[in-house]
Write a protein that binds this ligand. Structure first.
Ligand SMILES: *[C@@H]1O[C@H](CO)[C@@H](O)[C@H](O)[C@H]1NC(C)=O
Ligand SMILES: *[C@@H]1O[C@H](CO)[C@@H](O)[C@H](O)[C@H]1NC(C)=O
Ligand SMILES: *[C@@H]1O[C@H](CO)[C@@H](O)[C@H](O)[C@H]1NC(C)=O
Length: 455
């Protein structure tokens, strides 16, 4: 009798123990998002990882696994980051670009993205840093004390903790990807992971390489290439072109001088009411577009291909039942609404090194896989900016500039350097997977397979 009671207790203890370790990530499982199509065939998880206990700082993630039918367990893990600084990877990456669902204009229903990248990999979207989206801090000053270094450190802490919660991803091939100002986040986080893995034979975070698109890379070359793009596309006058070069080239893109801001304002006026993020596509109706003034002095942030799309996500992600399903903003801990981009984070951005090229050199020497892509109708971080920045690395060429094809049509061009592959996507604006979903999918597949773009 005593004996069997003991074994019951023991069993229940054991069972409870198993349940507890399972529940670490099981309690983050998303059962069903409001308005999502049924029977999607893949698993989703979301929730918080505390990155600083004392401050009460926690980052929000959303993991979208590959379909079980496509052997999710043997596919790599890819972390996706959007830029701003201050913009949400859930607003952009997950909901407009590579994620599985797009939001309907009613702000209630979701439909499937036929070119979602999660058919190829398990996707981890992170809202970073704290103050962006559902990521928050109980120490308000954290939102005013933001910059590149803290963002990278917190993201690294997030990863370490996240892999403990999802041990099935330990030792799995892991890549970091992103666009725009994530042109800083991605190499900086890659460098941290690489350096902290050094000397470890079989690292938990099995980091293999990175992928960036329309990425802020090197302020000097980016500026030259951006102004060149504006001028060659007829978006600014000859005199403003000259002025921009004098006023801005040697400064910081995140912290431009007043002289440079004046020149940029002039350029902005000359450009008129176009969508600089996608210069040949129509704009959203300005009179009903409240986000427009959110554009910073240098417009990395805020507007995308269809600014109306952003408004659908602001409706959807502010719905209490959506937040509940996502395990976000638990018991209303965040005092302000969810936004696609945080103006506070953007306006208070601190350290922002002028160049990522030293990190590129270090990681290229380490033999990591590095791909850089660019939508060639983006006027915010244009192709010419990227070409000039990559050119400054002076890498030997393996395969010279060539057109790549999709179904007999040119999808863009590519050049393979020693240690870096550059791919352009023709007709795509700042958010390549939004404008050219099929071409972006081919690009992602080629990156994962480490194969040149199809010629
Ligand atoms: C922030 O404060 C709330 C309320 O006290 C608490 O429930 C929550 O766990 C805190 N967040 C973190 C990350 O510590
Ligand atoms: C823009 O919206 C306003 C108000 O909703 C409307 O009256 C106007 O016709 C719209 N303009 C265009 C170009 O769609
Ligand atoms: C969090 O919840 C509170 C209370 O419902 C709400 O007022 C606030 O807008 C929400 N914030 C975010 C970021 O979701």
């Amino acid at each position: 009798m005593g004996n069997s009671l003991f074994s019951v207790l023991c069993l229940s203890f054991l069972f409870w123990g198993i349940c507890y370790s399972l529940s670490d990530h099981e309690r983050d499982r998303i059962k069903n998002l409001p308005g999502q199509p049924t029977d999607v065939g893949f698993a989703q998880y979301s929730g918080y990882v505390t990155v600083n206990q004392q401050a009460g700082r926690a980052l929000f993630y959303w993991l979208v696994e590959a379909p079980a039918s496509r052997r999710a367990e043997s596919r790599p893990l890819v972390l996706w980051l959007n830029g701003g600084p201050g913009c949400s990877s859930i607003a952009y990456g997950a909901s407009e670009e590579l994620g599985p669902f797009r939001i309907r204009s009613d702000g209630k229903n979701l439909y499937l993205n036929p070119y979602a990248w999660n058919t190829l990999a398990n996707l981890l979207f992170l809202e970073s840093p704290a103050g962006v989206g559902f990521s928050y801090s109980n120490t308000t000053s954290d939102l005013y004390n933001v910059g590149d270094q803290k963002t990278a450190e917190d993201a690294y802490t997030f990863l370490v903790e996240w892999f403990e919660r999802f041990p099935q991803y330990k030792y799995r091939d892991f890549y970091i990807a992103g666009e725009s100002y994530a042109g800083h986040y991605v190499p900086q986080l890659s460098q941290l992971v690489y350096e902290r893995n050094k000397g470890i034979k079989n690292p938990v975070i099995n980091f293999k390489g990175f992928l960036v698109g329309n990425a802020v890379t090197d302020d000097y070359h980016d500026y030259i290439g951006t102004f060149e793009y504006w001028w060659t596309h007829g978006l600014i006058s000859d005199s403003t072109y000259k002025l921009l070069g004098l006023a801005c080239d040697f400064g910081s893109s995140q912290h431009p001088s007043n002289y440079c801001i004046e020149a940029l304002t002039l350029a902005n006026k000359e450009q008129g009411h176009i969508d600089l993020y996608s210069i040949f596509t129509p704009t959203c109706n300005i009179t009903s577009s409240p986000n427009r003034n959110l554009r910073g002095h240098y417009p990395w942030m805020s507007r995308a291909y269809d600014p109306c799309t952003e408004r659908y996500s602001e409706v959807y992600y502010n719905r209490p039942e959506v937040q509940k399903a996502l395990h976000a903003n638990v018991s209303g801990v965040i005092s302000y609404p969810w936004k696609t981009c945080s103006k506070i984070v953007y306006d208070n951005w601190g350290d922002s090194p002028l160049s990522m090229l030293p990190i590129y050199r270090e990681l290229i020497a380490a033999g990591l896989r590095i791909w850089v892509f660019s939508g060639d109708t983006d006027g915010v971080v244009p192709l010419t900016a990227t070409r000039r920045s990559i050119d400054a690395l002076k890498l030997p060429t393996i395969t010279n500039w060539y057109p790549w094809y999709d179904n007999g049509k040119v999808g863009g061009w590519s050049q393979i350097y020693k240690g870096l592959t550059l791919v352009t996507v023709t007709g795509a604006g700042h958010e390549v997977p939004l404008h050219r979903p099929r071409q972006a999918f081919i690009l992602f597949r080629s990156f994962l397979e480490n194969k040149p773009m199809p010629s």
